[in-house]
Design a protein around this ligand. Structure first.
Ligand code: TRP
Length: 465
């Protein structure tokens, strides 16, 4: 067997893990749910959810990974042995690997859209299209989404890019990509934030985001904040566990978890600053549609000074953010084949990449209104028509929360507290008051919050992503 990979150091791990966390969830979903939930108060609740649920589960996942140095299936099998539940805990790992497979198959389709926009921008066509709102809408919905060939083409392209990064391994592939893309991503984002500060919508945007008004907040916002924290932080399926398994023993787990949570939340909030500045500048209606990023936003960005350039940069930003996320999803699935099935990394990455790519074709072809796959309703209820949305529904509303709940219970109740503490102290001494908080959060806060989400999905029919 090949030697197991390792990050070159803590920075490599932080950038790769932050790369996993920062993605479409921050740049598109977070501004959109923040808007729906009336801004400031929701941002505060979200930060609370990150601290009370996200941070503990993030720590738990990284800890299990670094402790066992295995993929999610192997990790839970190994730690479960001789304890309540025994080797059945491997099932939790398997749930995670399956979730990774499923999420990547449709996430890559959306990521492919950004490549299409980058191509349009490079061809000089995007500015003209975006200058005519009707034209862009028609191009995107009728021309692009319904064009199976293009959908599959861009999806396959994005999968190929993902496979290329994972193929070369932890240090030479994933870490190298993250070390190039993440600084670029931060740079583009900061440029866009400064740029948005020059727009008239900036002041109202800041007020909207940072002046909480609790009177308008719905109770459901709390659950939504927890669900969003999960997806955005890449929790609940062993992505952070897998990245943690390549971490050096001397790197601090709690400190890393804090930094990843901080970077991810910052990114979401800065994305809000950019989006809301534009929204308030043009007094836009924010529709519920998943396509605002690809239809409305370009048409307004292009009206601003240097709009064409900014627009191109914006899609580069989204594409990069998506790539470092797809890489983490494929790594979970590949690491399972490498550690458990004893495949070589090359074989694992190629086989799994191709399998996920083929499976994703179903999602790619389900987007046109006339496609038979767009009518398929796999899980009943709600807005889950079509393969694409059904898979998203299954993963985001079920697999991740269930996975996260089980991980919290596993580390909070099944593992011996002293053992958890000792493991955390490796690379981070001493661990006192913060351990009490962490353990409490894993035992009670996180399970109760996630249990409430599942309860509401089951009994109230609510939807979270
Ligand atoms: N966190 C990423 C985003 O916000 C998506 C993602 C990548 C993810 N890996 C994950 C979500 C693992 C859940 C689990 O776009």
């Amino acid at each position: 067997m090949q030697q197991r990979g390792q990050w070159s150091g803590r920075l490599g791990f932080i950038l790769a893990a932050a790369g996993s966390a920062i993605g479409l969830g921050n740049l598109w979903k977070f501004p959109y749910v923040t808007h729906q939930n009336e801004g400031g108060a929701f941002v505060l609740i979200y930060i609370g959810a990150v601290l009370l649920v996200g941070l503990p589960i993030m720590t738990a996942e990284i800890l299990v990974g670094r402790r066992t140095r295995r993929d999610p299936v192997g990790a839970f099998k190994q730690l479960g042995e001789g304890r309540l539940g025994g080797k059945a805990w491997a099932g939790l790992g398997f749930l995670g690997v399956s979730a990774g497979f499923i999420i990547l198959s449709y996430y890559s389709v959306v990521a492919g859209w950004t490549v299409h926009y980058i191509v349009l921008s490079l061809q000089g066509k995007l500015t003209a299209l975006a200058s005519d709102p009707g034209a862009l809408q028609t191009h995107f919905v009728d021309g692009f989404l319904a064009d199976g060939k293009q959908q599959v083409g861009y999806h396959v392209f994005f999968m190929a890019a993902t496979v290329s990064a994972v193929y070369f391994g932890v240090k030479e592939g994933i870490e190298r990509v993250a070390k190039i893309l993440m600084p670029l991503l931060f740079a583009i984002l900061i440029f866009l934030v400064i740029y948005s500060a020059t727009t008239p919508g900036f002041a109202p945007a800041m007020k909207f985001l940072f002046r909480p008004n609790f009177s308008e907040l719905e109770p459901s916002a709390i659950l939504e904040a927890v669900g969003q924290a999960f997806f955005s932080l890449s929790l609940g399926m062993g992505a952070m566990l897998t990245y943690g398994s390549y971490m050096r023993r001397e790197s601090s787990v709690p400190r890393s978890a804090v930094e990843i949570c901080f970077l991810d939340s910052m990114m979401g909030i800065l994305a809000c600053v950019i989006m809301f500045s534009i929204i308030f500048t043009f007094d836009l209606e924010v529709s519920q549609s998943a396509t605002i990023l690809f239809t409305t936003l370009p048409t307004v960005l292009v009206q601003l000074p240097a709009g064409g350039l900014v627009l191109g940069l914006f899609f580069v930003l989204v594409g990069f953010a998506a790539l470092t996320s797809t890489v983490s999803l494929l790594e979970v699935v590949s690491s399972y084949a490498i550690d458990e099935l004893r495949w070589s990394r090359q074989r694992a990455t190629l086989t799994m990449g191709v399998a996920i790519g083929i499976f994703g074709v179903l999602s790619a072809l389900s987007l046109g209104a006339n496609s038979a796959l767009s009518q398929l309703n796999l899980f009943g209820k709600g807005s889950t028509e079509g393969v694409f949305s059904s898979l998203d529904y299954l993963a985001a509303n079920w697999l991740l929360p269930v996975g996260g709940l089980m991980i919290a219970l596993f580390v909070g109740w099944i593992l011996n507290p002293q053992e958890v503490k000792t493991e955390l102290e490796d690379g981070h001494k001493p661990m006192q008051a913060s351990f009490g908080f962490l353990h409490f959060a894993l035992r009670f806060a996180a399970p109760i919050a996630v249990g409430a989400i599942l309860f509401s999905v089951i009994f109230l029919g609510a939807e979270y992503q």
